[in-house]
Design a protein around this ligand. Structure first.
Ligand code: ZN
Length: 352
């Protein structure tokens, strides 16, 4: 990676889930030495991956291969997995958070609590990690755990994954379909949004249905952010953002991270990896057409999704940067998309 390119900040990865499944804390060291996956320290250094949102996620007991196979069909409508109780979710949240802090202890990354922390980590050549939770199953109705997790470094939270919580309703994976499926935030969810605003925790809209999205838009006083979502106009899956939603994000001076997941990129919505990089550029163009050049970035979903063949791991990120240049994006715009826009919206959300 030439030194002239600033390291990439990314809106979503699931490497903590992968390490948790591989054996937890004992497997943390494989992140430093190299693991069979999309993100580790050697690949990050090779590809110029500078950090971003590290998701903690409580998996549902479900047949993932069957769901993946279903999503290769021309149409699909996956049911929402059963809700997970707080008592069952919390130990998983703590296990994955412990892996994140173990990675910091071993020197692989810095857990960043401010944009100043992120700039310092980047300047030191360390991965700048944001502690994110995808789906608030581990948060109790009184929100005490939210305060404790914030004190531990939590800076971003999705009230739901594609599953219902006491806070709201997730959007199912359905193609073709708009996101307007089911009710939005509960009263608990509205209190969660307000408390996140007070604490300075970013609220991630990426797995919310339309009603939940508009509830957050109504109740949050921070920029609207979808960390890993694409344009519904180009790929009409329930998980993507409609132009109306993109306009609301623009009005709030928020941001969207481009998801590399093929099912959210392809016009036919099929979970098949033969996707040209140009498809990603079309989503960037469409989103920038509504959001402008300052409110779009990357949200790869590495280690959590089937991605285009040319971008299998973070070591391949220079391929995307080159495709942006070939597409006519100037160096300043590429830096915005790859890093600066995330730092900008995080500063607006967390405070300077
Ligand atoms: Zn996700």
């Amino acid at each position: 990676m030439p030194a002239t390119h600033p390291a990439i900040i990314d809106g979503h990865n699931d490497v903590l889930l992968k390490l948790y499944r591989a054996g937890g804390l004992a497997q943390a060291g494989t992140f430093l030495t190299g693991r069979d996956g999309a993100l580790d320290l050697p690949k990050a250094q090779a590809g110029g991956f500078g950090g971003g949102f590290f998701a903690v996620y409580v998996p549902s007991p479900m047949d993932r291969e069957a769901r993946d196979a279903e999503m290769t069909n021309a149409t699909y409508d996956l049911p929402l997995p059963e809700p997970i109780d707080w008592e069952d979710a919390l130990p998983v949240v703590l296990s994955q958070a412990a892996i994140l802090f173990e990675l910091e202890r071993q020197g692989a990354l810095c857990v960043c609590r401010s944009v100043a922390d992120m700039r310092a980590a980047l300047a030191a050549g360390r991965i700048a990690a944001i502690f994110h939770i995808e789906g608030a199953e581990g948060i109790d109705p009184d929100l005490h755990m939210l305060d404790v997790l914030h004190a531990a470094g939590l800076r971003s939270l999705g009230p739901v994954w594609s599953r219902n919580t006491i806070f709201g309703h997730g959007v199912p994976f359905r193609f073709p379909s708009g996101p307007d499926i089911g009710p939005g935030l509960s009263d608990h969810g509205i209190r969660l949004v307000r408390r996140c605003n007070q604490l300075g925790i970013l609220i991630d809209l990426s797995h919310m249905n339309a009603a939940g999205f508009w509830d957050v838009a109504r109740h949050s006083d921070k920029p609207l952010v979808a960390t890993h979502s694409n344009a519904h106009a180009l790929c009409p899956i329930s998980r993507n953002l409609t132009d109306d939603q993109l306009r609301a994000i623009a009005e709030s001076d928020g941001m969207v991270g481009l998801n590399f997941a093929v099912a959210f990129l392809r016009q036919d919505g099929r979970k098949l990896s033969d996707v040209p990089v140009e498809t990603m550029l079309r989503h960037l163009d469409h989103m920038m057409g509504i959001l402008g050049e300052n409110r779009v970035g990357l949200g790869s979903d590495y280690d959590g999704a089937i991605v285009p063949e040319a971008l299998t791991t973070v070591a391949d990120l220079p391929v995307l940067r080159q495709a942006m240049a070939d597409h006519g994006y100037g160096a300043a715009l590429i830096d915005k998309l790859c890093r600066d826009n995330w730092l900008r919206v995080l500063e607006r959300t967390w405070g300077a």
